[in-house]
Design a protein around this ligand. Structure first.
Ligand code: 13P
Length: 251
């Protein structure tokens, strides 16, 4: 049985006070939520304070990126053991915005995910095609490339500690979500790829989130799909009532 996981990717939003306010509001409604795993992914500057707020609750902390070296002369970067020290249980890697604006590749995603796993942090590995790729009917090829190469060299144990987020780029921030059929079709395909590499037991245990314009209005139909195990939420995670409604919509 896969536990549903709803993660709020705050992206580059909220200063420290705003982060504290948002995390505190979410906590008031979700502090003892057992059935659904709720994860907050604030900016680096707010991780420590948000961590303090949610400690002792069932809400988990996630970061939005990491660098793969442990330490050293890498000005501006943050490593997995530093994320661990502020209480991160999860970290997003390979988000399409990082692939698009910051030169993230499957190879760097792979290094980052492995560095996280070494520290006991669970990577949320993002995959997904762009609009022109879907129009050219290349969405399965693109996602296969992301999955196979981002997860290269993962052991069975690594795979069991990894969450996949399918985020079609055309659905991110557009208000146009993938239909439940489109999401299910791709999630099933991803699970099949994992099955091919790691076998059925692992494939059945790995959680696959959907991301892209998830809202309280569409979460129920998305989560009703057999292979949709949660959501990675952007815009709607910035308002406590919407995020809480999405989490509760999974019950
Ligand atoms: P939106 O929910 O704003 O479409 O963003 C999705 C996303 O990119 C989450 O990582």
């Amino acid at each position: 049985m896969r536990k549903i996981i709803i993660a709020g990717n705050w992206k580059m939003n909220k200063d420290l006070k705003e982060s504290i306010d948002l995390a505190s509001s979410v906590k008031r409604s979700l502090y003892d939520m057992e059935e659904v795993e709720a994860v907050l992914c604030p900016t680096f500057t707010s991780l420590g304070d948000v961590s303090d707020i949610i400690t002792g609750t069932t809400i988990r902390l996630g970061a939005q990126d990491v660098y793969w070296e442990r330490g050293g002369a890498f000005t501006g970067e943050i490593s997995s053991y530093m994320l661990k020290s502020v209480g991160c249980a999860y970290c997003i890697v390979g988000h399409s915005e990082r692939r698009q604006f910051f030169g993230e590749t499957n190879e760097t995603v792979n290094k980052k995910a492995k560095a996280l796993l070494k520290e006991g942090i669970m990577p949320i590995v993002c995959v997904g095609e762009k609009l022109d790729e879907r129009k050219a009917k290349k969405e399965f090829d693109v996602v296969k490339d992301h999955i196979v190469n981002s997860l290269k060299g993962f052991t069975r144990e690594d795979m069991l500690r990894t969450v996949i987020a399918y985020e079609p780029v055309w659905a991110i921030g557009t208000g146009i979500n993938a239909t439940k059929e489109q999401a299910q079709e791709m999630h099933k395909y991803i699970r099949g790829l994992i099955n091919g590499i790691y076998g059925e037991d692992v494939a059945n245990a790995v959680r696959i989130q959907y991301g892209g314009s998830v809202k309280p209005e569409n979460i129920k139909e998305l989560i009703s799909q057999e292979d949709v195990d949660g959501a990675l939420v952007g815009g709607a995670s910035l308002k406590a009532d919407l995020f809480v409604a999405i989490v509760k919509g999974c019950l």
